[in-house]
Ligand binder design. Sequence first.
Ligand code: SF4
Ligand code: SF4
Length: 425
Amino acid sequence: MSETYEQMWSELGLDLEAHDALLQVLGKGYQDIYMSQSGRAAGMEYFNFVMSEVHGLRVKELLDGKKEGRKVIGSFCVFVPEEIVRAADAVLVGLCTGADFAMEEVEKLLPRNTCSLIKSAFGFKLGKVCPYMESADLIVGENTCDGKKKAYETLDKLVPNLYVMDLPQTKSPEGRALLKAEYERFKKAVEKLTGVEIDGARLKRGIEIVNNKRKAVHRLAQLRKADPVPISGLDALLVNQVYFYDDPIRFTDSVNKICDELEERAATVNGAFPENTPRILLSGCPMAVPNWKLPWIVETSGAAIVGEESCVGERGTRNLTDASAATVDGLMDAIVDRHFLVDCAIFTPNPDRLNHVKEMKDAYGADGVIHYGLQFCQPYQMESIPVEADLENHGIPTLRIDTDYGMEDVEQLKTRVEAFIETLR
Ligand code: SF4
Ligand code: SF4
């Protein structure tokens, strides 16, 4: 552990011993899962570096920015509009929700049957191991699923700076009006926090930065249509995860560099897996760092993941925000319209998501779909049954997996995934 960072973590109030233990587990997991892959793009070296410094250099950058007056805003959901945050020269970071931590303490505050993602956010706070949460000037919660919206009432007592955004549950004109009103309220809150008045030029610049990031991940996604697929699903997932942490301009450059390299690889038919490897589309709950369990099982069982229908994936990034409006109100409308297309399972009804799964299956040439639901996630587990039924009706082999962040079910999952892949051959 670096001395410099130790002081930084200590000043943030982290529990150094617990944090050190977390970093060791994270480092070992990364070594075992990521560094054991062969034939990775050279450009993934950047992402190895990002992961090795995920609680170090990136946090230091945020703290250095804070000394210059740049605010840090933490979020748990893709409905928090990054365009507005960037327009005020603030930084939006995804908060750690991908690993179990301090579960005994968490279950004193939340029912045991709460999804791993929500429990993880609490565990990182209670265990004092998340430098992002401790660096944040504002933590934004959102009324999406019932689990999160009730958990924020409790989180509000643990952090001094929680801001809760209301969200619609239907794609109706009234739902859109609510989203617009909430984004206007959020814009005012960001302006108050940063002391920056967000005008049209700033908003356009914010949209441009975030759109460029999205365009880079779209470019990467397009390349995954090739057979052999030029990048593993694990590496593509990592890129989608780092999307939420990294400096956006540096991230965009790094992803575009990988795309240049993969384009050359495609020309020489140099894939991450052999040609004709069974191709899987993952669909369902988001996978935050370091939740790599299911992709690792799939890709060590003889298949390649070619797409993620997920908020850490295409659901979160597929649409761009139109930057052509001339007024702040017009640009705010464009931000609302863009986010209103996100087909999260909290919406009822939610037919767009099912259509998108089928579109992605065709576009990426997937042989089958694995639906990933976190245990106790009502929205995605409820949707998984009709999604599976519809896909099967369309002749699309589908495997429904419900799991959590624990490793106890790895062998059982591996057996089911291997059997599923066998049927795709
Ligand atoms: S799945 Fe829904 S609640 Fe979760 S990040 Fe995506 S939009 Fe937000
Ligand atoms: S995984 Fe499901 S239950 Fe958990 S926070 Fe997301 S939508 Fe809510």
